[in-house]
Design a protein around this ligand. Structure first.
Ligand SMILES: Nc1ncnc2c1ncn2[C@@H]1O[C@H](COP(=O)(O)OP(=O)(O)OP(=O)(O)O)[C@@H](O)[C@H]1O
Ligand SMILES: [Mg+2]
Length: 265
C-alpha cells in the first residue's frame, strides 16, 4: 500500500533580495510504501529540504501533487510527523511531557498518553529520563526524544531532515543503529533526508538520488540488504560497498554537474 505519493513536483522560489526566480525542484515523482524507509540524497541546494517541507505542508509547491494515505496534502497535519535537525523540543516540559505532547493535542486520555509516551521513550533508550528536562539531556538524547515524540504520535509518514547531522560521529552511529532497530520493530513509514551516502544505504529500503538544481530524480536505488542490520556487519557486505559506490558515482558523475556533488561534512 502506498503511504506517500509525489507526482510531478516542482518548486520555484523568488529570491527575496534580487527578486530573481529560481527553480529549486524541476520535476520530481516517487512513492513510498507503507512501512518502507526511503532516503533522499542529492547535491547541496538541490531541494531535499524543500521536498520534505512540501510533504510536511510547511511550503506550497509550484506544481504537482503530494498525497499521504491517498489524501492530497494542503497544509500541515497530524498524519505527518517531522523530526527536525535541531531538536525543537519544549524546554519547559519534561521528557515525558515532550513525548506525550502530540497525544495531548489529539486528546488522548492522560493515562493512555503517558503509557504510550513511556513505551516509545523506552524504545529509543530514554527509560529512566522521563522527569528530566531537555537541557539536562545530551544532544544525542535530545534527538532520541525528538524521534520518540514523533513515533508516539504514530503518524502515517515520519519525515526526518538530516536529524543526526549536528551530532558527533560516535553518537551518530549509535543513533543510526537505534533508528534501524526501532524501524525493524515498528515499521513506521519514513522519508529521510541526508547528505551521508553510507547512512542512506544503511538505513533505507530505497534511496532516491536527485540531480543538481533544478532537480529531477536521477535514479531510485533499491537497497536489498538483509535485516536486521547492524553497522558492523551490514557495512562490511560487498553489496553495501557496491551500492554506496554506485550512489557516489551518480552524485559525482555526469558531465552536466558543475557543482561539487557532495558537501565535505
Ligand atoms: N525560502 C526560500 N526562498 C528562496 N529560496 C529558497 C528558499 N528556501 C530554499 N531556497 C533555495 O532553494 C534551493 C533548494 O534549497 P533546499 O534547502 O531545499 O536544498 P537542500 O537540498 O535541502 O540543501 P542542503 O543539502 O544544503 O540542505 C536552494 O537554492 C535554496 O537557496
Ligand atoms: Mg536541506
Amino acid at each position: 500500500m502506498t503511504a506517500l505519493e509525489i507526482s510531478g513536483l516542482s518548486k520555484d522560489y523568488v529570491d527575496a533580495y534580487t527578486g530573481e526566480e529560481i527553480t529549486a525542484i524541476g520535476d520530481v515523482s516517487f512513492t513510498v510504501d507503507r512501512g518502507e524507509f526511503v532516503s533522499i540524497l542529492g547535491p547541496s541546494g538541490c531541494g531535499k529540504t524543500t521536498v520534505l517541507n512540501i510533504i510536511a505542508g510547511f511550503v506550497k509547491q509550484t506544481g504537482g501533487t503530494v498525497k499521504v494515505g491517498g489524501r492530497v496534502v494542503d497544509g500541515p497535519g497530524p498524519d505527518r510527523g517531522v523530526v527536525f535537525q535541531s531538536h525543537a523540543l519544549f524546554p519547559w516540559k519534561t521528557v515525558l511531557g515532550n513525548a506525550a505532547f502530540g497525544l495531548r493535542m489529539k486528546r488522548v486520555p492522560p493515562k493512555q498518553r503517558e503509557a504510550t509516551a513511556r513505551e516509545y521513550l523506552e524504545l529509543v533508550g530514554l527509560a529512566g529520563f522521563e522527569h528530566k528536562y531537555p537541557h539536562e539531556l545530551s544532544g544525542g538524547m535530545q534527538q532520541r526524544l525528538g524521534v520518540a515524540r514523533v513515533l508516539a504520535n504514530e503518524p502515517d509518514v515520519m519525515l526526518m531532515d538530516e536529524p543526526f547531522a549536528s551530532i558527533d560521529a560516535q553518537t551518530r552511529r549509535k543513533l543510526q543503529e537505534d533508528l534501524t532497530r526501532v524501524f525493524e520493530l515498528r515499521r513506521p513509514t519514513v522519508f529521510f533526508v541526508t547528505h551521508d551516502i553510507d547512512e542512506a544505504v544503511f538505513l533505507s529500503d530505497r534511496v532516491i538520488v536527485l540531480s543538481t538544481r533544478p532537480s529531477i530524480v536521477r535514479e531510485i536505488v533499491t537497497v536489498d540488504l538483509p535485516r536486521p542490520r547492524t553497522w558492523r556487519e551490514t557495512t562490511q557486505l560487498p553489496e553495501f560497498r557496491h551500492l554506496s559506490n554506485r550512489i557516489t558515482e551518480l552524485l559525482t558523475g555526469g558531465a552536466e554537474d558543475v557543482h561539487p556533488a557532495i558537501d565535505p561534512d
